[in-house]
Design a protein around this ligand. Structure first.
Ligand code: PMP
Length: 409
């Protein structure tokens, strides 16, 4: 079966921000890994909602509140279908992936872990999937075990196996590395965790917008992601948790909307997911997230994945030819992220020079300082791709990187 070419130019028109010039050059936005730009469909859905249907949810008897509640709750099923969860009550709205991981640490972790229990993570985790577990370590004396990575930046299943023990209670890992682009064998790692009697938490921040995700096939117990990396707004994220696990977790934050009844003597809580959504949630942002999922679903996650694979191959080939260039992260299965360093210049200098040419990349430790230390680096420059990334963007990147070579080489 031959597939039709991906009409990237047509999709780019959906993103108003991309049409501008930066320092006299067309913008080449290659920082989607940090945050994705927003299509008009998302911007307009949020505006339309605020212009027509906005009110606080769950509490009002009036028409607007009921309409807002229905629209907010409808997005739960949109997310459920998008990640192929079994039930819509397995979808908890959070403020982002960081918030979601902290929720698991502070409710599941504080309830079910005791001194000596082990949590297994990998050497390539984002700080969001390290620090919440360290906080538990400080509070309860649990141990944190770290699965090493290969020089190519891969996580080998046998190394995960070696890190597991009867004390392992959770294996928490990134589906895709935000620095190296490595796609981890999530299904196999989850299966190993289960064999060891542990749960598995998958950090889907860097996979959710780049490939189809099926939490049931993966059999993840928890799966988290942020809306802003999925072409949606900031301030909204998702915690997926299996129904039977969420139902045994106590609430984290207390307040309005998460209670069944309150007296000064005693409070009872709602069932999940509302038990975990204390206070007024980011209502408009949930609407925006729903619109973002509708938008990428209409394009097709498989089509997006294929397009980004083509862009990754094109960019890898072109960048590899630049003098002094070293691509950091050579995993066989990679998503649309290229970290690189150059002999001639510090990543921050590269980032600044590229910006002068309209090319937006990220330079730094990418909130993965332990990984940087593991790699013996202080920073990398990182180009990351999205559905709107074109070959012209890559050509602009390569031309600007060649300028770095000319200036510092
Ligand atoms: N995990 C990974 C792999 C990420 O890339 C990020 C964002 N860079 C996060 C977690 C945290 O996401 P947020 O800041 O949106 O909570």
């Amino acid at each position: 079966m031959t597939s039709l070419p991906f009409p990237v130019e047509r999709y780019r028109e959906d993103f108003p921000i991309l049409a501008q010039q930066i320092h006299g050059h067309p913008l080449a936005y290659l920082d989607t890994g940090a945050s994705a730009q927003k299509p008009r469909a998302v911007i307009e859905a949020m505006t339309r909602f605020m212009e027509n249907d906005y009110a606080n949810i769950h509490r009002g008897v009036h028409e607007l509140s009921q309409r807002a509640t229905d629209k907010y709750e409808a997005v739960r099923s949109v997310v459920q279908n998008f990640i192929k969860a079994e039930h819509d009550d397995e979808i908890v709205f959070t403020h982002g992936a960081t918030d979601a991981i902290n929720l698991v640490a502070q409710t599941w972790g504080r309830t079910f872990l005791k001194a000596g229990d082990e949590i297994v993570i990998t050497a390539l985790e984002h700080h969001a999937n390290i620090v919440p577990w360290q906080m538990l370590r400080e509070a309860f004396g649990i141990d944190l075990r770290v699965v090493p990575i290969t020089p190519e930046g891969e996580v080998r299943v046998e190394d995960v196996k070696a890190a597991l023990s009867p004390k392992t209670k959770l294996v928490a890992f990134a589906h895709v590395s935000n620095v190296l682009g490595t796609v981890l064998p999530a299904k196999e790692i989850v299966a190993l965790a289960h064999e060891a009697g542990a749960l598995a938490l998958v950090d889907g921040c860097q996979s959710i917008s780049h490939m189809p995700v099926d939490v049931r096939d993966m059999d993840a117990d928890f799966f988290v992601f942020s809306g802003h990396k999925l072409y949606g707004p900031t301030g909204i994220g998702v915690l997926y948790g299996k129904r039977e696990i969420l139902s045994r977790m106590p609430p984290w934050q207390g307040g309005g909307d998460m209670i069944a009844s309150v007296t000064f003597a005693e409070t009872t809580y709602k069932e999940p997911p509302h038990r975990f959504e204390a206070g007024t949630p980011p209502i408009t942002e949930v609407i925006g997230l729903g619109a973002a999922i509708d938008y990428v679903s209409a394009i097709g996650m498989n089509n997006i994945a294929q397009h980004e694979k083509d862009i990754l191959a094109y960019a890898t080939e072109k960048l590899s030819r630049v003098d002094g260039m070293r691509i950091v992260g050579q995993a066989k299965n990679k998503s649309g992220i290229i970290s690189f360093i150059m002999e001639q210049a510090h990543p921050h200098d590269i980032g600044t020079i590229l910006d002068r040419h309209g090319v937006a990349i990220r330079a730094g430790h990418h909130c993965a300082q332990p990984l940087m230390e593991h790699l013996g680096l202080v920073a990398t420059a990182r180009a990351s791709f999205g559905l709107y990334t074109s070959r012209e963007d890559i050509d602009a990147l390569v031309a600007a990187v060649e300028k770095v070579e000319e200036i510092f080489g």
